[in-house]
Design a protein around this ligand. Structure first.
Ligand code: HEC
Ligand code: HEC
Ligand code: HEC
Ligand code: HEC
Ligand code: HEC
Length: 463
């Protein structure tokens, strides 16, 4: 910033000197020295040229217009960048410096075994000196201000294939349409790994393939609780984080139980890119660099005004789609919603009364309020004094800092049920499909197959 301001003032001065030199020569007036002030200046006119290139971007219709839109993007107004700054594991997707760090150093999404402790850790992390900064123009357009040319919005910071963090690198997403621009988004908008407990187990990623291969094996035994051979202790936040869009969109990374549907993807996966729907001509509070499809700050229950300019763009849907379209909007979304409701009911049926899936109808606290009839948010309804003080089930792994009051509250609650492999896998799939936000618009075929086959697999296991 300081450097740039310096450059800006240097260039202004350079422009001023040159203008002065171009005026009528005074008697014996020495010719002005050739300027060398352009960033790669070779002659006296560069200072002036550079000033002109600044204006190619720094004008009302380019940078200023986009910056105004960007104020309405959660990339800008969201608070996660501040909250996660300083944390090397969280910042690669939440802050500017850490994102550029993982891109530049091609940091792998693998898990590393510490031979001494026998425990695993996630390699996808920044370093503590590179964890700051809100997501801004330079996060995605990292070539800006390299040569101060008007064309430097391209190339984007990365368009390379994305190895999936949830699968510790074993699966890769590569959406090649539009020059791979969707890969930029998916590098951050991807689910995170569900890891085993590093005290009672080794902290490695849950073996998702085994959940599919042995659906009726017990993964978590509630008579054992927080001890081996259990590998996880279920808690309020036993989840795959919030960025499930990338996986669902690409049709990769769900827990693919065998069932009545095959795992295919809709046309969107190969024909459309993220910007085709999320960065279209602004309408209301959505489109452009707001990155929004829907004109609202909050959950679905707060507004249902969408920007359909992307669906109806040239080369996309021939007959115009709007919110009353049945074939391409209402029917698929209602169908995904009813399958989410049905899967939730199956998962809840293993409990001793209260729902095991957490519900929350507050549209500010629950980003998915309005997506299901009961307003699930993907968390488990297990007591935690700070994150879920009204929890319905007893936490099998009380924290060391809990008060005696916390312990008494917890002890009075019903025991959380044991989890078969098929239930844990179904919970992951429920989180993935709920948290892709679009009720199937991103990739209807894949989302539908994950829900239906989870329901089938639970039924086959007698649930
Ligand atoms: C390719 C387009 C482009 C060109 C050319 C360009 N800039 Fe920028 N500049 C930007 C963008 C985008 C921002 C960020 C705006 C924002 O954050 O709202 C920016 C921000 C700035 C800032 C604010 C500090 C910062 O880093 O956010 C300064 C100062 C600046 N530019 C100076 C210049 C000068 C001087 C030139 C010409 C020598 C120039 N720019 C040429 C796109 C450009
Ligand atoms: C550097 C990581 C990163 C990249 C790259 C990225 N995002 Fe995001 N995005 C985030 C994070 C983090 C949030 C949530 C911010 C918060 O809650 O503070 C978010 C939020 C969003 C939201 C919710 C916006 C809202 O206004 O409610 C949308 C939509 C979105 N991103 C779309 C995109 C698209 C499309 C792309 C690619 C053009 C993209 N993102 C690229 C990290 C990223
Ligand atoms: C692989 C990328 C990635 C990593 C790593 C990551 N996040 Fe996120 N996180 C996201 C994305 C993307 C979103 C926004 C999802 C959306 O709204 O669609 C998000 C959203 C959030 C939110 C905001 C939810 C809300 O209510 O708006 C919080 C809080 C958060 N993350 C915390 C964390 C913490 C804490 C860590 C580290 C333990 C972390 N994240 C690591 C990608 C990531
Ligand atoms: C989350 C990633 C992301 C962020 C942050 C972002 N952009 Fe973009 N921007 C994109 C993508 C993707 C495109 C589409 C590029 C294309 O179509 O070639 C784009 C396109 C543009 C374009 C059109 C460029 C062209 O060549 O036609 C401009 C101008 C632009 N962005 C300015 C900005 C400014 C100014 C900011 C900050 C206020 C900003 N962008 C922040 C991802 C981002
Ligand atoms: C075919 C159109 C379409 C495409 C392409 C698309 N999306 Fe979406 N996206 C939607 C719809 C519809 C929603 C639901 C919006 C809502 O309810 O707020 C949505 C919601 C989202 C949200 C949550 C929105 C919010 O405002 O909180 C994120 C994040 C997101 N999409 C990211 C992406 C990413 C990343 C890609 C590319 C991999 C992508 N989308 C491609 C249509 C699309």
């Amino acid at each position: 910033m300081k450097t740039l301001l310096k450059i800006l003032s240097l260039l202004t001065i350079a422009g001023f000197i040159l203008t002065a030199c171009e005026g009528p020569m005074g008697p014996q007036g020495p010719a002005g020295k050739d300027g060398t002030n352009g960033t790669n200046g070779t002659n006296g006119t560069n200072g002036k040229d550079a000033n002109e290139t600044c204006k190619l971007c720094h004008n009302k219709t380019t940078v200023e217009a986009v910056a105004t839109e960007f104020e309405f993007s959660k990339h800008k107004y969201g608070e996660a960048a501040f909250e996660e700054a300083g944390n090397t594991g969280c910042s690669p997707c939440h802050t500017h410096d850490a994102f550029l760090y993982v891109v530049k150093n091609n940091v792998p999404t693998t898990f590393a075994l510490n031979a001494t402790t026998g425990k695993y850790s996630n390699s996808y992390a920044s370093v503590s000196s590179e964890t700051l900064g809100e997501i801004n123009c330079f996060t995605c357009h990292s070539s800006l201000h390299t040569n101060y040319a008007g064309t430097e919005f391209s190339p984007l910071t990365t368009t390379a294939a994305v190895t999936m963090s949830m699968w510790k690198g074993a699966k890769t997403i590569d959406l090649t349409q539009d020059g791979g621009m969707s890969n930029l988004c998916i590098k951050c908008h991807q689910p995170r790994p569900l890891t085993t407990n590093s005290t009672i187990s080794n902290g490695d990623v849950v073996d998702y393939a085994d959940l599919v291969a042995n659906p009726t094996n017990v993964y978590y035994d509630n008579t054992v609780g927080a001890a081996a051979p259990n590998k996880i202790t279920p808690s309020y936040r036993t989840h795959i984080h919030y960025g499930s869009v990338g996986a669902i969109y690409a049709g990769k990374g769900g827990i693919e139980f065998t069932g009545s549907e095959s795992y295919t993807s809709s046309t969107h996966t190969t024909a459309a890119s993220c910007k085709d729907c999320h960065m279209v001509t602004v309408s209301g509070r959505a489109g452009g660099h707001t990155f929004k499809m829907r004109a609202s700050l909050g959950a679905l229950s707060s507004s249902t005004t969408f920007n359909f300019n992307g669906c109806n763009a040239t080369g996309c849907h021939a007959s115009a789609i709007n919110s009353s379209n049945t074939t391409f909007w209402k029917t698929p979304r209602t169908e995904i919603q009813s399958k989410l409701n049905a899967l939730a009911a199956k998962i809840n049926s293993i409990g001793s009364g209260p729902k095991i899936l957490h519900t929350n109808s507050d549209a500010e606290a629950n980003l998915w309020a309005g997506h299901t009839t009961d307003n699930y948010d993907g968390y488990l309804d297990i007591y935690d004094p700070s994150t879920n003080p009204d929890g319905a089930y007893k936490n099998p792994n009380p924290g060391s800092s809990w008060t005696s009051g916390n312990i008494a509250t917890n002890d009075a609650l019903p025991i959380f049920p044991s989890l078969k492999n098929v239930v844990l896998g179904s919970i992951i799939n429920f989180q993935m499909v709920l948290r892709e936000y679009s009720l199937g618009i991103h990739n209807y075929d894949y989302a539908h197959a994950l829900l239906v086959n989870s329901i089938d697999a639970l039924t086959a296991a007698g649930i």
